[in-house]
Design a protein around this ligand. Structure first.
Ligand code: 13P
Ligand code: SF4
Length: 302
């Protein structure tokens, strides 16, 4: 029996749904029940009827699934699948930041630990960060964390001056600098440029970027664009689906080195092992689940 068949059989036996992020290896995406960005996958995790959720992504995504569906068994095929951005702030640091800004509302990017979410008023993803901030009264002070590039993008889009940013970044996206854009633009004159808001170039070269989008936003764009060439400024895993969706356009990574080693910890063999051995279970303290739930529910409703 092939590995793909084994995974399909085990999914059925275990009554499991396999959720895969857009940065996962193509072999994992191809056998997943749902593939998408953080917001889409969170919504799927909240609404699934399956008994088991296998999360092919990183730890904060599996924790999010557990918070939204605490009665389900949530499995992460490799416990080493972390996120450098989520590690940029601890719950203790957030408590100290809040104490320095009493009355401020905390908006946390979903790339955070469950404990940080439990200290937050709202969670958001790259898909809805602007609309969540816009929904808050203009005179409301905001603490936005942990990604400074996404935060700066939201601040510019909303024109808010009362939004404080935590100085954190994703080590994969931060390396995509204005110099990278200039070099790739010279190599591919006329190519459109589409960037994820976590990119290190997003602040300085924003006027040159044709679109700033979440990973699902990029896929929707990829499906319909008629541009002959498009430079994609995000993790390279997304190219797998883009190239399947549209064979007339050439999708070129802004940086071939933009590989998230955490996302690549999971392969099809580990998905099979996870389903076979029912490992590794994500368990969270009930008070953390209760504390984080409200902020996440606001995120999936927005
Ligand atoms: P998306 O929600 O846009 O998929 O982003 C998640 C992520 O981790 C980007 O690095
Ligand atoms: Fe985290 Fe960056 Fe990897 Fe996304 S690409 S999961 S933000 S380390």
């Amino acid at each position: 029996m092939s590995l793909v068949e084994e995974v399909r059989r085990l999914k059925e036996e275990r009554d499991a749904v396999l959720l895969a992020h857009n940065y996962q290896l193509g072999e994992v995406q191809d056998v997943a029940d749902f593939v998408g960005d953080s917001l889409y996958l969170s919504r799927q995790a909240a609404r699934t009827d399956a008994r088991v959720i296998v999360f092919a992504g990183v730890r904060f995504m599996a924790e999010t699934a557990k918070i939204l569906s605490p009665e389900k068994v949530v499995l992460l095929p490799d416990l080493g699948a972390g996120c450098s951005l989520a590690d940029a702030i601890t719950a203790e640091q957030l408590r100290a930041w809040k104490a320095a800004h009493p009355g401020a509302v905390v908006v946390s990017y979903v790339n955070t630990s469950a404990e940080v979410k439990a200290e937050s008023d709202y969670c958001c993803t790259s898909s809805n960060a602007v609309s969540i901030v816009e929904s808050l009264p203009r005179d409301q002070e905001i603490l936005f964390l942990p990604d400074m590039f996404l935060g700066d993008y939201v601040r510019r889009k909303t024109g808010r001056t009362n939004m404080h940013l935590w100085v954190g970044d994703c080590f994969v996206h931060t390396r995509m600098r204005p110099e990278t854009v200039a070099r790739r633009r010279a190599e591919h004159p006329g190519a459109e440029l589409v960037a994820h808001p976590e990119c290190g170039c997003s602040t300085e070269v924003l006027p040159q970027v044709d679109r700033v989008l979440s990973t699902d936003g990029m896929l929707r764009y990829a499906e319909t664009t008629r541009a002959p060439e498009v430079l994609i400024a995000t993790e390279v895993g997304i190219l797998h689906r883009m190239r399947k969706l549209n064979q007339s356009t050439r999708f070129i990574p802004l940086s071939e080195a933009a590989i998230c080693p955490f996302m690549k910890k999971i392969d099809l063999g580990k998905v099979r092992d996870s389903l076979r051995d029912m490992q590794h279970r994500i368990d969270l303290a009930p008070d953390v689940i209760q504390g984080a739930r409200r902020a996440l529910e606001r995120m999936i409703a927005a």
